[in-house]
Design a protein around this ligand. Structure first.
Ligand code: GLV
Ligand code: MN
Ligand code: MN
Length: 458
């Protein structure tokens, strides 16, 4: 059951139990876990925790939908993504929304405002995952938004604007080289040339869409117009250690850092591991190893937040007694500013070119993804900060090093983001964890932002 006395009587937890709330939630004191709130027996506190309980229950339910028995892996346009979309569409309808799957596989729910057809406050995140993922990255934002709408619906509350909730089908970009495919389609910036890219099994995106039940020639139908959106707001786990270090359950995101991703292929000469002398080899894998070491070294010596990752590598033909003739690997580079990132990418590319030349390896290097840094809108940051303060919590702004769907949605709406603390800053890993009380705090902040939302002054 989703109940919030906070929202129902419009008073807020602070005015109901100011001492309890400030004492328990204001840093530097630790946020109590759900059990301790329950033990306190404070009716309002227990009631509010139930938003978090509902979120955790649904996060677990969605995490059970995976292609990989004991691990969570849910990739774009797979049957697992389809099964997850059905579950989310069901939750949206239960929450009083009209809901459908759009032309790229995004799940879209709409909760009309006082007048039908009004522009919407759009809430969203993604429901695809990386391989062997944590269960909170993406689903937390989708589920929290649905739980908030469900709460409004149960109270029969309509707002002067509509609320739309979106679960984006591909934020992670695991299957095809491109990322943000769901939000790009919605923002009308989907690059149709990526339809011909193939996954590791050789399946083209075009065929994968058809298999999923979608028409690759109608992706344009997913696009939304700027006039339909008042703002795009996303709640997401922080995926870093900053909120935890500051003992804060939630934070206001200042900007989403840009990223560049490249695909590299080095081609040398495959040969017999026992007969070709070391000096005569053109080993693509040792060449790749030197490139990877150079990337790490370059990023480590940068003191201004540059990060570089080689997260995928494949050596061919791939046998113990064969010198690798061809190696493919990916590079992901991010920095706090676009200029810094671009300069660093150019330096790394020069180093890779030099290594390939010296080792007589052919090099193919393609930029597969490039996203500029996206600042969050000051007027949305203010409204989020006000909601956090009204919940009796300290407000704190932090940048996002991770990418988010807002990077694409910025083309049709101002973007705001709420971060929720995660344990140990761990993400893209099965140990990713959000405490129930923090999920609850995030939901209360989001609900408050929604209920007090003021569209940007014209
Ligand atoms: C998305 O999770 C990214 O930042 O890579
Ligand atoms: Mn992620
Ligand atoms: Mn994410």
């Amino acid at each position: 059951m989703l109940t919030t006395r906070l929202a129902r009587d419009g008073a807020g937890l602070n005015s109901l139990a100011p001492n309890l709330y400030r004492l328990t939630l204001r840093p530097p004191l630790a946020v109590p876990r759900m059990e301790s709130l329950t033990e306190m027996g404070a009716g309002n506190a227990v009631q509010n925790v139930s938003l978090g309980e509902e979120i955790v229950r649904r996060v677990n339910e969605l995490a059970a939908i995976s292609e990989d028995g004991d691990k969570l892996t849910r990739i774009f346009l797979t049957k697992e993504l389809r099964a997850a979309s059905d579950v989310i569409l069901g939750w949206m309808r239960e929450a009083g929304m009209s809901a459908h799957l759009d032309a790229i596989g995004n799940v879209c729910g709409r909760y009309d405002g006082e007048q039908p057809g009004a522009p919407c406050l759009m809430l969203g995140s993604h429901y695809d995952t990386v391989r062997d993922a944590g269960k909170w990255d993406g689903p937390l934002g989708v589920i929290t938004a649905i739980v908030c709408v469900s709460d409004l619906n149960r109270r029969g509350k309509r707002l002067p604007f509509a609320i739309e909730v979106v679960g984006f089908a591909d934020e992670e970009g695991v299957r095809f080289a491109s990322t943000l495919l769901g939000s790009r389609a919605m923002a009308g910036t989907f690059d149709e040339s990526v339809l011909n890219t193939r996954d590791r099994d050789g399946v083209s995106m075009r065929d994968a869409l058809l298999e999923f039940g979608l028409d690759p020639d109608h992706i344009g139908a997913a696009a939304r117009a700027r006039r339909e959106l008042l703002a795009y707001l996303e709640l997401h786990i922080e995926q870093g250690p900053v909120l935890e270090a500051r003992n804060l359950p939630v934070g206001v995101v200042s900007a989403i850092a840009g990223a560049t991703r490249l695909a590299a292929r080095l081609t040398g000469m495959a040969g017999h591991a026992g007969t070709v002398p070391m000096a005569l080899r053109r080993d693509a894998l040792t060449g790749a190893a030197e490139c990877i070491g150079a990337i790490e070294q370059f990023c480590r010596t940068d003191e201004d937040g540059l990060v570089g990752t080689v997260g995928y590598i494949q050596a061919r033909p791939g046998a113990t007694n064969v010198i690798p003739g061809e190696v493919s690997f990916t590079i992901d580079m991010r920095a706090p500013t676009d200029m810094h990132r671009k300069r660093a990418v150019a330096d790394v590319v020069r180093q890779i070119e030099a290594i390939a030349k010296r080792r007589q390896l052919a090099l193919q290097l393609d930029v597969t993804h490039e996203n500029r840094t996206v600042p969050c809108a000051p007027w949305l940051k203010d409204q989020i900060a006000q909601a956090i303060a009204a919940e009796g919590l300290s407000t704190f702004e932090l940048p996002s090093g991770a990418g988010h769907d807002g990077m694409a949605m910025i083309d049709i709406a101002d973007v705001g983001m709420i971060f929720v603390r995660c344990r140990g800053g761990i993400s893209h890993h099965p140990d990713e964890h959000v405490e129930l009380a923090d999920a609850d705090a995030g939901a209360r902040v989001l609900l408050r932002v929604i209920e007090h939302f003021k569209p940007r002054a014209a």
